[in-house]
Design a protein around this ligand. Structure first.
Ligand SMILES: Nc1ncnc2c1ncn2[C@@H]1O[C@H](COP(=O)(O)OP(=O)(O)O)[C@@H](O)[C@H]1O
Ligand SMILES: [Mg+2]
Length: 430
């Protein structure tokens, strides 16, 4: 059988170099100098990858299948017997039957105490196929199993904020965030209180709707213009609920792992699911907000389909809550929007809220000054107000230094002046 070469196939020597480089990186990351490089050969027109893991428990084979599925669309399970599992890729188009059974094949074999993982196909491996081999090798390596989910997530561009042990008291969880009482109340009812008093929520749902009913959202969307406190609220809520915040900067991941982002995102969800409880925060999903423009990049489309699948697949009764944040929900893909049970709109702050925000950054100012500042800051976000207050402080410090004055807090005039300058600057630039 002649094998068509596919676009994106890697020449054998390139594949070999990539494999070596990746294994070396993995070795140094996990502190395993001189790790043996798995075999990659090309003979009689066939590429073959092989390594001998130390152990092969059944659940690891299923983990392996997950890795394969993260990269390849259609997988056929040939065999799934204890000690012998074979999976094969069926290509991207199921109706294209010409080379139906020539796709890459993965074998997981264990005979007594001999274990072998193998991948082979006629012709060359492409990027995804090589990547699967690398990930399988890492998956089965003992060093990887000691890696805790937080470290794994960090390698994927995700930060995990552990809750501070002191934070989950009953005092005001919202710290510096002023105003927005309706939103705070929603977040408390969807997220904070259930984390602390789950049994009450379950009990209420049982009384109103019977056994097994739940009324907690699995996914919430924060929507609003930049700088209104979406990210900050998510962090404070997680802290107050005593839950880790798994912070996924979608836009960054999309650009940083270009081409690999869909697979990485899938892995992020799988790894996050290892946390018993937590908040998975997908920040700035605007990167995917292109439903109006027909030309969605192929890579973006793949990321979107992973997101849809994974948000749906998360165990809702389990402890992982997904929170997304976006500047423009109206442009988000409809299928993605529909995954969120609840949309919380963060508007720009009103006059009274702006005064309160000024107060939270300039507590020393008299109320008339705060009222004036609130009035004059129409249309500004919390972030811009914070910027104004910080500029005013620097301006004041400079003045103290230049005039050799004794230490004091900035006068209201400075805030008003800086605010007016900021407004003039904004009007000028728009
Ligand atoms: N209502 C508010 N009260 C106090 N500070 C605010 C408020 N809204 C936003 N900020 C401040 O503005 C900054 C940016 O907020 P952020 O959470 O990053 O906004 P977003 O995620 O909506 O863009 C943060 O430092 C935050 O403390
Ligand atoms: Mg933000």
């Amino acid at each position: 059988m002649t094998q068509d070469t596919r676009a994106g196939d890697l020449a054998y020597s390139d594949a070999r170099d990539r494999l070596e480089a990746e294994i070396e990186r993995f070795a140094s990351r996990s502190g395993q100098a001189g790790l043996e490089i798995p075999k990659l050969t090309f003979e009689k027109g066939e590429t073959r990858f092989e390594f001998m893991p130390e152990d092969m428990p059944e659940e690891m084979v299923l983990e392996g299948l997950k890795v394969i599925k993260n990269h390849l669309e259609h997988i056929r399970v040939h065999t799934l017997d204890p000690g012998y599992a074979v999976f094969q890729s069926l290509g991207t188009n199921l109706y294209e039957t010409k080379n139906f059974l020539s796709g890459i094949k993965f074998k997981f074999v264990s005979i007594t105490n001999n274990f072998r993982v193998e991948a082979s196909r006629s012709g060359n491996f492409n990027e995804s196929e090589l990547q699967i081999c690398i990930e399988l090798f890492q998956l089965f390596h003992p060093a990887n199993q000691q890696l805790d989910p937080t470290k794994k997530l960090e390698q994927l561009g995700v930060t995990v904020f552990a809750p501070e042990s002191s934070a989950s008291g009953e005092s005001d969880p919202w710290g510096p965030i002023a105003g927005y009482s309706a939103i705070k109340q929603e977040v408390e009812e969807c997220l904070l209180l259930p984390a602390r008093h789950m049994s009450v929520f379950e009990g209420v749902a049982r009384l109103t709707r019977g056994e097994g009913a739940a009324n907690l959202p699995g996914a919430i969307l924060f929507e609003g213009p930049p700088g209104v406190g979406k990210t900050t609220m998510a962090r404070l809520a997680a802290g107050a609920a005593g839950l880790p915040l798994i912070y996924v900067p979608v836009e960054n991941i999309l650009s940083k792992f270009y081409g690999q982002s869909a697979q990485n995102l899938a892995m992020i969800f799988d790894t996050a699911a290892l946390f018993e409880r937590g908040i998975l925060f997908l920040d700035e999903i605007d990167a995917l907000a292109t439903s109006r423009e027909s030309g969605l990049f192929e890579a973006t489309r793949r990321v979107l389909s992973v997101l849809l699948r994974k948000i749906d697949g998360l165990d809702r009764t389990g402890g992982l809550l997904t929170v997304g944040a976006t500047n423009r929900a109206e442009d988000l893909d409809h299928a993605l929007l529909s995954r969120f049970d609840q949309i919380l709109k963060f508007p720009l702050p009103d006059e009274q809220e702006r005064s309160s925000i000024f107060r939270s950054y300039a507590a020393h100012l008299p109320s008339e000054a705060l009222l004036t500042l609130g009035k004059e800051s129409y249309g500004l976000s919390g972030r811009t107000i914070q910027d104004v207050c910080e500029s005013a402080e620097r301006r004041w410090a400079r003045q103290l230094i230049e005039k050799k004055q004794a230490l004091s807090a900035p006068e209201a005039e400075v805030y008003i002046r800086v605010l007016r300058e900021k407004r003039a600057g904004m009007n000028g630039s728009s």
